[in-house]
Design a protein around this ligand. Sequence first.
Ligand code: NDP
Length: 450
Amino acid sequence: MKESVNPYDGEKLFQFKELNNSELEEKIKASHECFLDWKKTSYEERSKLMFKAAEELRNNKRKYAEIITKEMGKPISQSIAEVEKCAWACEYYAENSENQLQDEIIETDAETSYVKYQPLGVILAVMPWNYPFWQVFRFVAPNLMAGNVGILKHASNVMKSAEMIQEVFENAGFPKGCFQNLVLSSDKIKSVIENDLVKAVTLTGSKPAGASVASIAGENIKKSVLELGGSNALVVFEDANLDETVETCAMARFQNVGQSCIAGKRLLVHRSIAEEFTEKYVEKVKSFKVGDPMAEDTYIGVMAREDLAEDLEKQVSGSIEMGAKVVLGGNRKGTFFEPTILSEVTVDMPIFKEETFGPAIGITIFDTDEEAVELSNNSVFGLGVSIFSSNKDRVEKLIPQFDEGAVFVNELVKSDPRLPFGGVGISGYGRELSSHGIKEFLNKKTVYIK
Ligand code: NDP
């Protein structure tokens, strides 16, 4: 049995019965049968339905957002923004897929030669709780438009969100089986990947989950895409616009109560501005309204689960024991973690070395550009980095030196349907979103006509 519990007040919300083996088999079969028809539909038909899905989301954004907030504690205004972003992804792919998947002519000695993009079939998505809607839509919108069908194993604490996502597609008029939610435990994932009708798998989550899923996929010669989190640096140079940078760096760490793979998790600041920057940063973070996630003006609610808050507590206290100084916060009560800022952070401390998935950040000082790059690259993750400077030449020189999937300048790292999203190192492999993401689970068929 799966259960959703409101992390703010402990209320037991919903219960879900897990699928037994034969129910699971039936669902996968239904997906495959749906695929056999779905792959023959035109882009126009798919696009019409995808616009309807966007409409369904926009028209009912409050209803869907409340489920997100109840299940994992995201402040309601941010849940509404998440639902709207899902609608944007649906619209983006409804408008652009046909163009993105045109045959790609390549001149050779043939009379005609080209690449034809064709769908693979049933794709499994294993998804996390931190953006319960967005993580799923950024997988499912491109894949449905490309002619694949999707099955979802969502995180155990957000099964109502998963059910609602299936409802979005049903209400939009997609054929039954195009997108199905599976109420499953992670120990059943092996049998799903091994099923001959399942062609590939994508996972967003932790390294152990990713490693397990990818190795099962590997044994079965099935493609996987992994998005496994990060420890992005926010690098503030002395010529940055200080006030704007403070605002951006505060949002980069504290939105979604810090529970984002692309959050800025390590603040690197040039020595000459460190004192002034820290003062302003603390003031900004103090100004965030803390409280009930359901209140419209709350910016910091609670973390999604108490065990995650306990993990963060260990990382913060471990860093303090090693010499970090508390500038703000530092304490936990249940799922609530005070917005926390530590200074004098060194590279061997947990808050620097590990991924911190909550509202805490450490400040480390640097003196030169080389040192800033070295500190930023001193991480096993490689999802992204934000750098702040008003000197374009300096920025252009620095961009290639970061070992990351993305470099954002004077902006927080964010996902955008138009841009590829993914990492290097243990942040994973493959790309989501944009014209790159839609091609991950396709047969790139070579055609050669003499
Ligand atoms: P997990 O990686 O455990 O969960 C993510 C998804 O993977 C869930 O659906 C989970 O199911 C499933 N899963 C877990 N283990 C396996 C497995 N062995 N085989 C197949 N599926 C599996 O993340 P947690 O929720 O435990 O969070 C732990 C840490 O992971 C966070 O602190 C953060 O560092 C990182 N994380 C990164 C995210 C990102 O956006 N990249 C998102 C969430 C977490 P179930 O819930 O049933 O266990």
